[in-house]
Design a protein around this ligand. Structure first.
Ligand code: GLN
Length: 276
């Protein structure tokens, strides 16, 4: 069988909007080549071992496993990140949070930044890369997630991030920051989406947070003022229907100047507040 025919049949079997792209990505992964190579070689005949390896990956995908976990990587804000089953898969929506945070961090001044629940390190590494003068601290309660984040920092040669094992602020003592960012778990515990698509395979501790999804956001907002410098900013990603509740929680905790930022779908996805 030729490469082209294999991709066509795999695309039919995967049967989704992204099927053609996913089939290509999976075959690139088996060959360890880029897309241009695949296209240039589409009339090559396949070796049996390659075919078998590819079949195994297609079957994992047909079983629902997220493409990012099968490939072991995901691009986020121009960074190629290793992802594992112990880390949330970085999403384009979270690039909105990075943009909003970068807008609050001067490129010309030293600043202290904190990323709570860093997972793959996506947010911390994007900020550290685009604000080289910033000192970024990234915490996670999962040792294996932290290990992956550290590996990503090393692979990307980003040195202005330090990683700390910590449940939210617990291990940070009296340290204070100029900007705190987080994409915490925020899905309602009984939300049916948790049993659908990629979410079935992702760590539940990174997704769900109590009956209204706000348990962790409440905990973060309550503790943030003790860890922010005067006029410091807290920026939180949250669910599609949580923007007003998060703004109210911020105001109750002494934040003013609350604002919302929309994601790519036009939904308020990030809420931020400045400490008085
Ligand atoms: N944005 C993710 C989703 O709704 C959830 C990630 C999170 O809870 N932080 O699929």
């Amino acid at each position: 069988m030729k490469i082209k025919a294999l991709l066509t049949s795999a695309t039919t079997r995967l049967d989704s909007n992204e099927a053609a792209l996913e089939a290509q990505l999976l075959l690139q992964h088996v060959f360890n080549v880029n897309r241009a190579w695949l296209i240039a070689h589409e009339n090559d005949a396949l070796e049996a071992n390659i075919h078998a390896e590819f079949e195994a990956l297609i079957n994992r995908r047909l079983n629902g496993e997220p493409i990012a976990y099968i490939l072991g990587s995901r691009e986020f804000y121009g960074l190629n990140l290793k992802v594992t089953a112990d880390t949330l898969i970085p999403r384009p929506d979270t690039e909105t949070l990075v943009e909003a945070a970068l807008a609050k961090i001067s490129p010309q001044e030293k600043s202290q930044i904190l990323d709570l629940g860093t997972g793959t390190g996506a947010i911390a590494l994007a900020i550290a890369k685009y604000r080289p003068l910033a000192q970024v601290t990234a915490v996670d309660a999962s040792e294996s997630a932290l290990k992956t984040a550290q590996e990503n920092a090393q692979n990307l040669q980003i040195a202005n991030v330090q990683f700390i094992l910590s449940n939210w602020f617990d291990a940070l003592k009296n340290q204070r920051f100029d900007v705190i960012v987080s994409n915490p778990p925020y899905i309602e515990a009984n939300d049916a989406h948790l049993k659908q698509g990629d979410l079935r395979f992702e760590p539940i501790s990174a997704l769900a947070s109590g009956m209204d999804g706000l348990d962790d956001i409440r905990a973060i907002i309550a503790q943030a003022p003790q860890h922010l410098n005067p006029r410091g900013w807290l920026l939180l990603e949250h669910g599609y229907n949580q923007a007003n509740k998060v703004a109210d929680l911020l105001k109750l905790a002494g934040f003013s100047e609350t604002d919302h930022v929309k994601d790519l779908a036009g939904i308020n996805r990030v809420t931020l507040g400045q400490l008085n």
